[in-house]
Design a protein around this ligand. Structure first.
Ligand code: NAD
Ligand code: TYD
Length: 341
């Protein structure tokens, strides 16, 4: 099979490309990636010499290039990981989220329709919005996104479903929980807290830190997507997570304990506007296809923290580059306010 994997140089995409080539040795993969700040060639460093793997550096919103790439490589399946992905970035500069997540996905759907290609879309639990205690989102729940990021992902999901209903395009969607693991850009909470702890810098916890997330290992997300690609029903949506949540303070405690650092590094800083208190998904539909997660959330967070301790050579160049500007913009005032209290 010939796969076009968009966003394959990002966190989850690169883990998926590595997983797929190892478990499906007869397949060929084109990574189609714009290489934004979050997309890094080095995330697939050891694989670039593999004749089964190619890179096209381009934007998913560029219809001509998407079409040409699919035609030249005889694409049978598009897996769409490409997105702007960070909620805090979507608060600072939301328009690019619409350009990539909504229009980019729409362009992929148009090319898939024209050339008759199956499209699998990677979505998120954030499209369900804040989930009150005791409820777990199921795939047919109404979408109620609350951040510009989540709203752009929800819009994309609805376009994907509309293309199935209107044109009969063969599509599937997976909605992943908060992923953790190797190669996650350190703007996200677990790699940010892990790398800050390793450097002895404060950990900026938004608000009271009692927000709840399902921290799932990226490996289990990859096997969940594989399960849907091989056995999922066309036109259907599948949640992918562990089905268990913890508070951010619990997550921070696991990171600090794993790295042997003191809890005095924690700083409660001004909260994120519109911060969703809780995400929680029911994952029975995916389990019914025979999928089981390998990691529980505590193991997932601890494994991720250890990976950052063992791979300083991956994240140190990121943290010393353009990331510093973002970090100052996002945290300098918050941390200074906290020190004055
Ligand atoms: P990431 O930010 O690490 O990587 C995104 C990738 O997309 C990068 O390689 C980037 O260069 C590429 N990209 C961005 N804009 C592009 C464009 N216009 N054209 C082509 N490529 C472009 O993101 P991630 O965490 O790996 O997330 C991957 C997907 O999974 C996203 O769709 C995201 O919404 C979804 N998701 C993420 C999580 C999570 O916890 N990280 C959870 C659920 C779902
Ligand atoms: P994040 O990794 O940004 O994922 P999402 O917002 O998409 O769930 O954040 C995970 C949780 O950690 C979320 O509740 C916000 C919180 N958080 C902090 O408390 N401080 C931070 O500096 C960051 C980046 C996140």
């Amino acid at each position: 099979m010939n796969l076009l994997i968009t966003g394959g140089c990002g966190f989850i995409g690169s883990n998926f490309v590595r997983y797929w080539l190892e478990h499906h040795p007869g397949d060929h993969v084109v990574v189609y990636d714009k290489l934004t700040y979050a997309g890094r060639r080095e995330n697939l460093q050891e694989l670039w010499g593999d004749p089964r793997l190619r890179l096209v550096q381009a934007d998913i919103a560029d219809l001509e290039t998407v079409r040409r790439s699919c035609q030249e490589h005889g694409t049978d399946l598009i897996v769409n990981f490409a997105a702007e992905t960070h909620v805090d970035q979507s608060i600072l500069g939301p328009l690019v989220f619409t350009d990539t997540n909504v229009r980019g996905t729409h362009v992929l759907l148009e090319v898939a329709r024209e050339l008759g290609i199956r499209l699998h879309h990677i979505s998120t639990d954030e499209v369900y919005g804040h989930i009150p205690d005791r409820h777990q989102s199921i795939e047919t729940d109404p979408l109620a996104p609350r951040s510009p990021y989540a709203a752009s992902k929800a819009a994309a999901d609805q376009l994907v479903q509309a293309y199935h209903i209107t044109y009969g395009l063969p599509v599937t969607i997976t909605r992943g929980a908060n992923n953790v693991g190797p190669y996650q850009y350190p703007e996200k909470a677990v790699p940010l807290f892990s790398t800050n702890a390793i450097l002895g810098e404060p950990l900026p916890v938004y608000g009271d830190g009692r927000q709840m997330r399902d921290y799932a290992h990226v490996f289990d997300h990859c096997t969940g997507i594989e399960t849907v690609l091989l056995r999922g029903e066309i036109g259907e949506v599948y949640n992918v997570g562990t089905g268990r949540e913890m508070t951010n303070l619990e997550m921070v405690g696991i990171v600090l304990d794993t790295l042997g650092k003191g809890h005095d590094l924690v700083r409660h800083v001004t909260d994120r506007p519109g911060h969703d208190r809780r995400y929680s998904m029911n994952v029975h539909k995916l389990r019914a296809l025979g999928w089981e997660p390998r990691y529980d959330p505590r193991q997932a967070v601890a494994e991720a923290a250890r990976w950052y301790a063992e791979h300083r050579g991956w994240w140190e160049p990121i943290r010393s580059g353009e990331f510093r500007e973002y970090y100052a913009r996002q945290y300098a005032e918050r941390l200074a306010d906290q020190e004055q209290r």
